[in-house]
Design a protein around this ligand. Sequence first.
Ligand SMILES: *Cc1c(COP(=O)(O)O)cnc(C)c1O
Length: 512
Amino acid sequence: MLYTSTRNNNVRVESASAIARGISADGGLYVSTEIPRISTEEFEAIAVMTYNERAAYVLSKFLTDFTAEELSKCVADAYTGKFGGENIAPIESVNNSKYVLELWHGPTCAFKDMALQLLPHLLKTSVRKISDGREIVILVATSGDTGKAALEGFKDVDGTKIIVFYPEDGVSNIQKLQMVTQEGGNVGVCAVKGNFDDCQTGVKKIFTDPAIAEVLSENNMAFSSANSINWGRLAPQIVYYISAYADMMNNGEIDYDGEKVNIVVPTGNFGNILAAYYAKLMGLPVGKLICASNENNVLTDFINTGVYDRNRAFRTTMSPSMDILISSNLERLLFHLSGGDSERVSRWMHELSTTGRYEVDDDVKQQLSEMFCADFCNDESTQAAIREEYQSDGYLIDTHTAVAFSVYDKYVAATGDAGTPAIIVSTASPYKFSESVLGAVSEEILADNEFDIINELSVVSGTPIPAPLLNLRGKEVRFGDVCTAKDMKAQVFKMLGVENNPKTRELVYANA
Ligand SMILES: *Cc1c(COP(=O)(O)O)cnc(C)c1O
């Protein structure tokens, strides 16, 4: 299995290179040149496997340059003992045809753990395969969830170091606490005076500065990326769709002869729903892929009209992990729907970066409307969905998951398709967004700080607080540094322990 670039379909690399590099030199994303299939007999075999076995099996179809032993080890190191229960991605039947795929039982209580627990091991193995055994340095700019999930994933993975920058006033208290109390000998965290864009711009500058790369190289280190366009983050996400279907077969909830399911995904960067699309192409019997957005509904419009237009106001909502106007992983879908036409994809992406808008051709529009449905909801409907789901089924959902519930109801109302079993993807624990969730299920909020709100939510709903959030209280703060955007470079050198190298000093001075 080889990989090509969405912006140059002459590129051919193996998966280890695609994962180690993260992004193609032409600015495109790596995509596999073929989509492997899973036959009906294979589904039956998968049904009796554990989650780890399913993961190694599905990954072996895409990462053909990895040995079976390497994949099993990566998966075991990633998932064993790190997630709440036996089944790390359980599917809950909440009523009639609604099934909720809970992806938040990992160490940070959000679905990004599913990929970010595995990526460090895939990355480490990839770098070892393609060369040189240099130490990998991961830089992350985060608006909250990704930073913590990446820290947990890379924590004490040897051969790696990770440094996370977050905007000083741009993350929630819980998110900040989760990061500044991070354990591990190879981690660093620093607040930046500025917003998320300042962090991201700073990280990109450091990442692409040849002089800094040279300093790292001399110290036997090299940068790599953990962001959501890395193929090593996408591939692990395909697994849980196949696993969920297998669990439903085992539970007698769907027929063995290929009964279709709809899949509803609360979407931001288009990574999670793209993984569902890949699962469908591999042979998973999927009816509609339902793309649920909040008021930043650029994807709703795109799927319904074929016009992508980011020229609109950015809205801050109660589902912040979906507050996104540029969904990077959509580029991969465009590549596949255009029949691998990297020239067209390059043109659209160029239009996006220059005018903020592009319109796809009729062939692409037609496939979009055959496979996908899309809608959005505002904060009021989000809270209403939390309340209704809690009152009717006694099931507590977070704000992101609630967007999916709300949009699914709209889908059923519009199409009458209530009979097809629906997998609704749940991306975060309700306790991660306690205030909004409590506000939806309770008349008034008595508590006035984050921890008391969490406790109150637990008392009101009678559900347990996830251990990783409970344990935050009273945890030692390890990272109090705050820097300006200009000082990020010096922070990186300091955290890597190369600040006293003469060349490094020169670089820091040059910037001062
Ligand atoms: C990142 C995130 C999403 C969006 O997922 P994409 O893959 O970016 O579409 C949804 N919900 C939560 C809780 C997230 O953290």
